[in-house]
Design a protein around this ligand. Structure first.
Ligand code: NAD
Ligand code: MG
Length: 387
C-alpha cells in the first residue's frame, strides 16, 4: 500500500531531508501536496522531483512564476495563504509540518482540524498556541508525531511506558557556536557567526535560536504540550556531541535515552515509517568508539538569557509563551538583518513578556486568539525596535 504524504515547508532544511527520504522510498510513498514560502523555482524543483499532485506557494505574488516553472508537468498549483491551507488539508495519510515560525500555525492547525496524522517539526506553532492546538488535536482525532530530534528521541525512549512513571524528561542542546565563548565575544557576534552551527545543518531562524539557546526554551515548551508533562519534570542539559538527544528518568531510577548521529533524517524516517523502520541510504551509522566521549554540562543562563526567559514563560504559563515567541521572531529577523546585536534579542523578548503580562494574562482560548496576540506583539516589537 502506498501512503500519501504532504510536505509543508518543502523547500527548507527539514523539507529537503524529508524529500530525500521520500525519494529513497518511492515504492512506499506518493506525494500529495508540497508548500513553500517565496522561492517558486525551488518549490517547482521539489514538486517535479517528487511528482507531487499539487504545489502551493505562500507568497501571493508567486503564482505566475510557479505556474511557469511547473509548465508541462501536470502538477496543479496555487498561490497565497489559501493555497497553503489547501495543501495542508488535501487528502493525505501524513502531513509533515515543517514551515518555520508561527507562519506554520494556520496550515498545521488546518491539517489537524481534518483529523490528519501530522509529523510536527514546526515547534513555534505549539509555543504560540499550545493548549488550544492540543485541544484541537484531541477534538478532531488528529495524531501528532514529534519530528524535532529531542522530542522524537523522547517518544522513542518512552516506548510503551507510562508518563506517570517518569520523574524527569531531559532534552539535550549542542550548546551552539558560542558554548565556550565569553560574554564579550558573544555580544559582538554577527548573524554569520551565530549561524555557524557546530553539529546540525538547519534553516537560519533555528540556527540563531540555537545560538541564543532560545531553541531549547522553545523545545521545553514543546515537550510540555506534546507529552502533557509539567515544567517541574522537564530540563535541558548541554551535550556538545549531539549524539544523545533526550533522556527519560523513571520512578525506579532507570534511564532510557534516544541516541543517533546528528542527522535529521533519523527522526524524520521514524515519523514517515508510521511504525515501520525505514533504511536511510547514505546514512552514517553511529560509531561510539569513534566519537570517543560523550560529555554533559549545565547550560549557562547568564550568557544565554533566552533559556531563562523561556523557562519563566513556561512556568508562568498564560499567554507568556505566545508573547515570547512572537517577540523572538521579530528580534531574530532584526538580528539577521544586522539591525540589532545578539543580546538585544533577549532584551526585546524580555521587555515584550513584561509589557504584555497584564494585557494578556490567560492562555489563548483558540488558535485564532493566539494568532491575534501574535500579531499584536509583532507590531509592538517592530515599534520598539524602531524607537
Ligand atoms: P527553513 O527556513 O529551512 O525552511 C522553512 C520552510 O518553510 C521553507 O520551505 C519556506 O519556504 C517555508 N515557508 C516559510 N513561510 C511559509 C508559509 N507562510 N507557508 C508555507 N511555507 C512557508 O527552516 P527549517 O530549518 O527547515 O525548520 C522548519 C521548522 O522545523 C522550524 O519550526 C524549526 O524550528 C523546526 N526544526 C528544524 C530542524 C532542522 O534541523 N532544520 C530541527 C528540528 C526542528
Ligand atoms: Mg530540536
Amino acid at each position: 500500500m502506498t501512503l500519501t504524504v504532504s510536505v509543508l515547508g518543502a523547500t527548507g532544511s527539514i523539507g529537503r531531508s524529508t524529500a530525500d527520504l521520500l525519494d529513497q522510498h518511492r515504492d512506499r510513498f506518493r506525494v500529495g501536496a508540497v508548500a513553500g514560502g517565496r522561492d517558486a523555482a525551488a518549490l517547482a524543483r521539489v514538486a517535479r522531483a517528487l511528482n507531487a499532485e499539487f504545489a502551493a506557494i505562500a507568497d501571493p505574488e508567486g503564482g505566475p512564476a510557479l505556474r511557469d516553472a511547473l509548465a508541462g508537468s501536470g502538477i496543479a498549483c496555487g498561490a497565497g495563504p489559501s493555497a497553503v491551507i489547501e495543501a495542508a488539508t488535501r487528502e493525505a495519510d501524513l502531513v509533515v509540518a515543517a514551515v518555520s515560525g508561527a507562519a506554520g500555525l494556520s496550515p498545521t492547525c488546518a491539517a489537524i482540524r481534518q483529523g490528519r496524522t501530522v509529523a510536527l517539526a514546526n515547534k513555534e506553532s505549539l509555543v504560540c498556541a499550545g493548549d488550544a492546538f492540543m485541544r484541537d488535536a484531541k477534538k478532531f482525532g488528529a495524531r501528532l508525531l514529534p519530528m524535532d530530534s529531542e522530542h522524537n528521541a523522547l517518544e522513542q525512549s518512552i516506548g510503551t511506558g507510562r508518563i506517570d512513571d517518569i520523574t524527569r524528561m531531559t532534552i539535550t542542546a549542542s550548546g551552539g557556536p558560542f558554548r565556550t565563548a565569553t560574554r564579550e565575544r558573544i555580544a559582538a557576534a554577527s548573524a554569520a557567526d551565530a549561524a555557524a552551527h557546530p553539529t546540525w545543518s538547519m534553516g537560519m531562524k533555528i540556527n540563531i535560536d540555537s545560538a541564543t539557546l532560545m531553541n531549547k526554551g522553545l523545545e521545553l515548551i514543546e515537550a510540555h504540550h506534546l507529552f502533557g508533562i509539567e515544567a517541574e519534570r522537564l530540563d535541558a542539559v548541554v551535550h556538545p556531541q549531539s549524539i544523545v538527544h533526550a533522556l527519560v528518568t523513571w520512578r525506579d531510577g532507570a534511564v532510557t535515552a534516544g541516541l543517533y548521529v546528528p542527522d535529521m533524517r533519523v527522526p524524520i524516517a521514524h515519523c514517515l515509517g508510521l511504525g515501520d523502520r525505514l533504511t536511510i541510504a547514505r546514512g552514517k551509522p553511529l560509531d561510539l568508539a569513534a566519537t570517543g566521549s560523550l560529555t554533559f554540562e549545565r547550560p549557562d543562563e547568564e550568557r544565554f538569557p533566552c533559556l531563562r526567559i523561556a523557562k519563566a514563560a513556561l512556568a508562568s504559563g498564560g499567554a507568556q509563551p505566545t508573547v515570547m515567541n512572537a517577540a523572538n521572531e521579530i528580534a531574530v529577523a532584526a538580528f539577521i538583518a544586522g539591525r540589532i546585536g545578539f543580546y538585544d534579542i533577549a532584551a526585546l523578548v524580555e521587555r515584550a513578556c513584561e509589557h504584555f503580562a497584564a494585557r494578556f494574562p490567560a492562555a489563548p482560548g483558540d488558535v485564532e486568539e493566539a494568532l491575534a496576540i501574535d500579531a499584536e506583539v509583532r507590531r509592538w516589537s517592530e515599534a520598539a525596535l524602531a524607537a
